[in-house]
Design a protein around this ligand. Structure first.
Ligand code: IMP
Ligand code: MG
Length: 192
């Protein structure tokens, strides 16, 4: 990545090992019939694709899209679903709700409420790639996470974006942020 000051926090191998550990902890929580895996689009896409391939066959996949972030590194508006799963995949089912990161908690709180209250899910289990508890604004915890960061890092790669970019990086990077909270662009001096 050539645009912003950054450092790699997890490489490909470390991500893969973290997902193995997560799958091991998650599998006992999914016992019983009728599991529907529901990634939150689009951040959870890459994480979910790798995680579901570590889970037992037979689960159904569907999707929810909730947009929280505008173009900054902190939440700007209340999250609201604008794409929802097929009702037959949710009503009376055990939903495995998956997201890239649990940060303030607003996105997953709304997604869980929507699945339980508006769509009649029997149960919601939450799995996230990253738990970042330092900025939690509402009381919610993941049932399982792959990694936890106690620092307030702004992360991109492996599904996480900044302004819609960098989701396709195979590793997880932290972007250095300035006093304005925005990523610091690389200058010619930084590059040399
Ligand atoms: P929350 O609602 O604040 O918990 O945030 C969840 C959503 O915010 C995630 O689905 C991400 O899309 C986005 N988000 C939170 N922290 C980061 C980050 O460090 N990098 C990129 N996206 C983030
Ligand atoms: Mg997201």
């Amino acid at each position: 990545m050539k645009t912003y000051r950054h450092r790699t926090v997890l490489g490909k191998e470390e991500l893969s090992g973290a997902l193995d550990g997560l799958a091991e902890r998650l599998i006992p929580l999914l016992e019983g019939p009728e599991v529907t895996a529901i990634p939150v689009l689009g951040g959870a896409m890459i994480f979910a694709a790798d995680l579901v391939r570590r889970l037992p066959a037979g689960l159904v996949m569907d999707f929810i899209r909730i947009q929280t972030y505008g173009n900054s590194t902190s939440p700007e508006k209340a999250p609201k679903p604008d794409w929802t799963p097929n009702p037959e995949n949710v009503e009376g089912k055990h939903c495995l709700l998956m997201d890239d990161i649990l940060d303030t908690g607003r996105t997953l709180t709304e997604a869980r409420r929507y699945l339980l209250e508006e769509m009649g899910a029997a149960k919601v289990t939450i799995a996230v790639l990253i738990d970042k508890p330092v900025r939690r604004a509402v009381p919610i915890q993941a049932d399982a996470y792959a990694v936890q960061f106690m620092e307030d890092l702004f992360l991109v790669g492996y599904g996480l974006d900044y302004r819609g970019r960098y989701r396709n990086l195979p590793h997880l990077l932290a972007l250095e942020t300035g006093d304005d909270g925005l990523p610091v662009p690389l200058t010619v001096e930084n590059n040399s």
